[in-house]
Write a protein that binds this ligand. Sequence first.
Ligand SMILES: Cc1cc2nc3c(=O)[nH]c(=O)nc-3n(C[C@H](O)[C@H](O)[C@H](O)COP(=O)(O)OP(=O)(O)OC[C@H]3O[C@@H](n4cnc5c(N)ncnc54)[C@H](O)[C@@H]3O)c2cc1C
Length: 409
Amino acid sequence: MPLSETSASLTTTGREPSANKLPFPDVDLMHIWQLLEPGERTRLRGIRAFLQDRVRPESLDYWNREEFPHHLLREMAEYGLGGIELEDSSELFKGLVYVEAARADVSLSALIGIHNELIVGMIQELGSTQQKARWLPALARFTALGSFALTEPDHGSDIAGGLSTTATREGDEWVISGAKRWIGAASMADFSLVWARDTTDNEIKAFIVESDRPGFTTTKICNKIGLRIMQNADIKLDSVRVPESNRLPGARTFAAANELLKHSRAWVGWQAAGVQLGIFDIARDYALARTQFGSPIAGFQLVQLPLAEILGNAMASLSLMADVARIQETGQLEMVQAAMAKSTTTRLARESAAKGRALMGGNGVTSDYEMAKLFGDVEILYTYEGTYEINSLIVGRAVTGHSAFVNPH
Ligand SMILES: Cc1cc2nc3c(=O)[nH]c(=O)nc-3n(C[C@H](O)[C@H](O)[C@H](O)COP(=O)(O)OP(=O)(O)OC[C@H]3O[C@@H](n4cnc5c(N)ncnc54)[C@H](O)[C@@H]3O)c2cc1C
């Protein structure tokens, strides 16, 4: 039963409830969806139905083959998923869209989130009028894709101080040299937003580097244990020339990157909440369908325990993120809150995935079933956008006034 026939009946999507109606089909025990105004709630139901009906069923096969379902981009755009960041909708709505995306498939939710938070958001916030006009309409329709190229082979956690890709001004052009690692969608994107150190003033700046520029090459990273649909790549920049008009005027120091990372860390918190709803959906369906000792395993005490634990973790994550949205709405989100939300929800997601995997016995260890896919995917949430440890150190520094990033001796 890789994709359950008894999958959540989704009564709020407008679909017919199934004959065996599940209690709490939407798993909204804390009434978070009810906080949305009616128009946003209706729209979210449509998005959920699309993600559950179209994206989720196809994703397992693509995940196993490490391939990207390009044909889904057009449909995702029809639901507005390419331009969430350009809308005037509430922070809670945006967050719950990310939840529903991760609930259906974590890799595609990563594409949607990075696209909105770090590509569309970056050009919108830091780009020139000309750059916005050139790229934003196509990005919103998913007819263009970008990638966010910050991490390097030798600099991950220490990228702020260590970034070594260089940009040298020559007349009306910049010459960019260096390497980037792990860059999501880089091998299929039209351009990358490349962060590089200006060799004149030593500050970190950002440039739009179109993928067909001479000297720009990508190599797909294979054999990942999670997020296998997302095409991550190594990038080589060998004296790549871009015009001055490709420099993002708002990105003059690393502080600009940090501001973006604050919101994208919060986005990972939504992903972590969403994946746990997916873990719960799958675990509950499986427990109801699987029979041992003559009864559905859902009736055994030691199977109900992990179900209750996964649900509790998911609701704690979701409620925390709803509070993050409340703070975002007032424009007061700080890095400490984003880092705390990211580290806490991903820690819980990892625990939930382990419990879900165990609940499915042997069928939990093969990616012929969805649970093993999520078990791998949560490892990526735990590590990207700043590892669990680095986000914990950000929180530790904020609440003690002591930075513990560098070993004191
Ligand atoms: C699937 C995937 C997708 C990604 N997508 C992108 C992308 O699109 N764009 C992009 O720019 N980047 C991307 N990243 C990069 C990601 O943000 C980095 O992997 C992450 O920041 C960690 O860096 P690192 O892998 O170099 O690990 P390292 O920095 O080498 O860390 C190794 C270990 O050391 C620990 N550590 C390091 N410093 C300290 C310290 N001071 N104290 C305590 N512990 C420490 C870390 O917590 C970790 O456990 C992606 C990564 C992955 C795996």
